[in-house]
Design a protein around this ligand. Structure first.
Ligand code: BYC
Length: 308
């Protein structure tokens, strides 16, 4: 359908009746731009997000742990590829998206700008970072844009497996020797607030939430999802035997939720602006990998040309 009153009415009807918008459908330019922005940021996060865990591949404590971690990191590459493919259905090319990341015109999740200092960080990333991603992304399986919603179904299934492997690593450490318990606790202490910051700025400062929710792209606000995540983590931390590093964390019977200290949003904005502990390393590594693998892209293009 082409642009015009009918096309707009059809789009409005799809959104109002909670149906899916598909690539063939007319959509407002701002809806398309918002989706490209969010899906691309998500894809870049998966690709950059391979680095912190890959740092421990050569030092995994057993063959089984190494094989599991290798599979997880490869899944993340796969998630990036599904998501780039979903973004491409909106009329943008893979090259444009990759360029936008390399030239830092696009963002990726703040969380991947923190370093992985111990083996326990592999467990904590699975538990908290994949855990936060799942809370954020399960509602995106009902996103109004069909290709993104469908990619999310598959990604969330794999991430729930990732989350359990992280939980298992941490559970083993927190029920191990004193040194292992200390390592698990120290890791949780470092990752708690950056994980809470993954949900984005507080609702009052969120640029896109209101419009994205009206379009059925986002289904819940940043603060609502952050609260849901805290409520889920508290009982899990008890089973793990680790403490969440917030002295003000307590059940509020009136609200039916845990009260908690929000993350430092000034730190979030500084990390997003490029000044986190590992931003420069992450981008340097990504650019180097991109350059070193130019030959793969050239070979694939030459093969495609010879075999139309
Ligand atoms: N980090 O208006 P707002 C994974 C930006 S990876 C960086 O609230 P929105 C995994 C935001 O983009 C999964 N930037 O934005 C991989 C916006 O900037 P622009 C990652 C952030 O879009 C490997 C501005 O701040 N998941 O699971 O309504 C290993 C204002 O924010 C952040 C996704 O990407 C941040 N934390 O809501 C392990 C989920 N927060 O674009 C695990 C998909 C905000 O105006 N994305 N910004 O320049 C989303 O759900 C939403 O985009 C967000 C932000 C909730 C992140």
């Amino acid at each position: 359908m082409t642009a015009g009153t009918d096309a707009q009415a059809y789009f409005d009807e799809l959104i109002a009746t909670d149906q899916r918008v598909e690539p063939r459908d007319w959509m407002p330019d701002a809806y398309r731009a918002t989706l490209i922005r969010q899906i691309a940021q998500h894809a870049h996060s998966e690709i950059i997000g391979m680095q912190p865990e890959a740092n421990w591949l050569t030092r995994a404590p057993s063959l089984a742990r190494k094989a599991i971690l290798l599979a997880k990191v490869q899944d993340e590459a796969g998630h990036g590829l599904y998501l780039y493919a979903a973004a491409e259905t909106l009329g943008v090319t893979r090259d444009e998206l990759v360029d936008a990341l390399l030239q830092q015109r696009h963002k990726y999740s703040s969380i991947f700008n923190y370093p992985t200092l111990s083996w326990a960080d592999v467990g904590t990333i699975g538990w908290l970072v994949d855990g936060a991603a799942i809370v954020n992304q399960v509602p995106l399986t009902r996103c109004s844009y069909g290709p993104y919603a469908r990619a999310m179904i598959r990604i969330c299934k794999e991430e729930s497996f990732h989350q359990r492997q992280g939980y298992d690593v941490l559970y083993t450490l927190s029920h191990g020797t004193d040194a292992q318990q200390k390592m698990a606790q120290e890791s949780v202490d470092r990752w708690w607030y950056p994980s809470l910051a993954m949900f984005g700025p507080p609702d009052k400062d969120s640029t896109h939430s209101e419009r994205s929710m009206a379009w059925g792209i986002k289904r819940h606000s940043n603060d609502d999802l952050r609260q849901r995540f805290v409520d889920l983590c508290v009982p899990q931390a008890e089973v793990l035997g680790v403490t969440l590093p917030d002295p003000d964390l307590r059940w509020n019977a009136e609200r039916g939720h845990y009260d908690f200290t929000p993350p430092d949003f000034a730190e979030l904005m500084a990390v997003v602006a490029g000044n986190g502990p590992a931003n420069r390393d992450r981008m340097r590594h990504r650019r180097r990998a991109h350059d070193q693998h130019q030959w793969v892209r050239d070979a694939a293009a030459a093969y495609a040309e010879k075999n139309p």
